[in-house]
Design a protein around this ligand. Structure first.
Ligand SMILES: C[S@@+](CC[C@H](N)C(=O)[O-])C[C@H]1O[C@@H](n2cnc3c(N)ncnc32)[C@H](O)[C@@H]1O
Length: 280
C-alpha cells in the first residue's frame, strides 16, 4: 500500500496565517452535487483521476485525500484565480498528489488510456464544446474507466422564470420571451447528457435524478444574493429590452415579493442529475 510516510499526528494550527481563509472548502451550490459523486466514485490507492472544471478544487482535494498519496488527481480548469486558490489549499494541506492543468478540458494533453476515473461536478453546462471534451476524455480514459458527472437540469428555478415571463408580458416586452426561453432550454436534460456521453464513447450505467430547493425571504433578497449575482443575474438582465433593465428588474422584484408574500417564501427548485458511465 503506497504511503507518504508516518501518519502526521501534530495538532492542526487553527491560528496559522491564512487558515481561516481556506477553511471554507467549497461553494455551497457545489455541495449537494459533489456529495453525490463522493458517494459513488471508485476509490483506489493507485488510480489516476481527472477532475474536469475543478473550480477551486474541493472535489480534487477530497479525492486526493480519500485515495491517498499513491493516487494522482489531475484538476483541470482554465480559471486562473480558482487554480491559484486550489494551489494555496494544496500547499496548506501539504498534498503531493494533485496536478493542476490551467486550461480548456477539450485540449488536455496526457497519454492515451492513462486515466482510471473522470469526474466533473457541474462542469458540463459550462464547457464551450462539451462534445469535444467528452471525445478527449474517451481518448485519455482506459477501457472500462468510470466517468461520473453531475449537473442541474432544464427546469432549474422554474418558479423564477414563470414570474419573469409574466413580467415581460405585463411590461410590453413579449418580443423578449424567446431569449428567456432559449436560456431556459440551454441546460442539460437527461437525454441530452446521455446522448453526449454515448456518442463520445461512453456507456451509461446509471442516471439518478434528484432535486433541492433554494429559498429566499423576498424578491429583493433573491436578486441581491451573492451567488445569484455571480451565477445568474447577468444572463437574466439580457432578457430585458436594452435600456429597460432597471425598470424591468423593479417590476420583477415587486412580482417576486408578491409571490413571497402569498407563499410565505420564494422557493426555487433545482432539478439535478448524476450520471455514471463507463469507457467502452
Ligand atoms: C459551476 S463551476 C464548478 C466548479 C467545481 N467543479 C465545483 O463543483 O465547485 C464550472 C467550472 O467549469 C470551468 N470551466 C469552464 N469551461 C471549461 C473548460 N473548457 N474546461 C475546463 N473547465 C471549464 C469553470 O472555470 C468553472 O470553474
Amino acid at each position: 500500500m503506497p504511503r507518504a510516510g508516518p501518519i502526521d499526528l501534530a495538532p492542526v494550527d487553527f491560528g496559522a496565517p491564512g487558515f481561516g481563509d481556506l477553511y471554507d472548502e467549497l461553494p455551497l451550490w457545489s455541495a449537494p452535487f459533489g456529495l453525490w459523486i463522493l458517494d459513488r466514485v471508485p476509490l483506489s490507492p493507485t488510480q489516476t483521476v481527472l477532475d474536469l472544471g475543478s473550480g477551486t478544487g474541493f472535489l480534487a482535494i477530497e479525492l486526493a485525500e480519500r485515495c491517498g498519496p499513491g493516487a494522482t488527481v489531475i484538476a483541470v480548469d482554465p480559471w486562473h484565480e480558482a487554480m491559484q486558490r486550489l494551489q494555496r489549499k494544496i500547499a496548506q494541506r501539504g498534498l503531493g498528489n494533485i496536478r493542476l492543468l490551467e486550461q480548456d478540458a477539450a485540449a488536455i494533453e496526457l497519454p492515451d488510456a492513462s486515466v482510471d476515473v473522470i469526474v466533473s461536478n457541474l462542469g458540463v453546462n459550462n464547457f464551450d464544446d462539451p462534445a469535444r471534451v467528452v471525445r478527449r476524455c474517451a481518448r485519455l480514459a482506459r477501457r472500462g474507466a468510470q466517468l461520473l458527472l453531475t449537473t442541474n437540469l432544464v427546469g432549474h428555478m422554474a418558479e423564477f422564470y414563470e414570474v419573469y415571463r409574466a413580467v415581460l408580458l405585463q411590461t410590453g416586452q413579449a418580443d423578449r420571451l424567446p431569449l428567456l426561453e432559449a436560456h431556459v432550454a440551454h441546460r442539460a436534460t437527461v437525454d441530452s447528457l446521455s446522448a453526449l456521453l454515448e456518442t463520445g464513447g461512453f456507456e451509461i450505467e446509471a442516471v439518478e435524478r434528484g432535486s433541492f430547493r433554494l429559498r429566499y425571504a423576498t424578491g429583493a433578497a433573491l436578486l441581491s444574493h451573492h451567488f445569484v449575482r455571480l451565477g445568474f443575474l447577468q444572463a437574466w438582465k439580457n432578457f430585458a429590452t436594452p435600456g429597460r433593465e432597471a425598470e424591468t428588474f423593479a417590476a420583477l422584484e415587486s412580482a417576486l415579493n408578491g409571490e413571497a408574500e402569498r407563499r410565505g417564501e420564494l422557493a426555487l427548485t433545482i432539478p439535478t442529475a448524476g450520471v455514471q458511465a463507463r469507457r467502452r
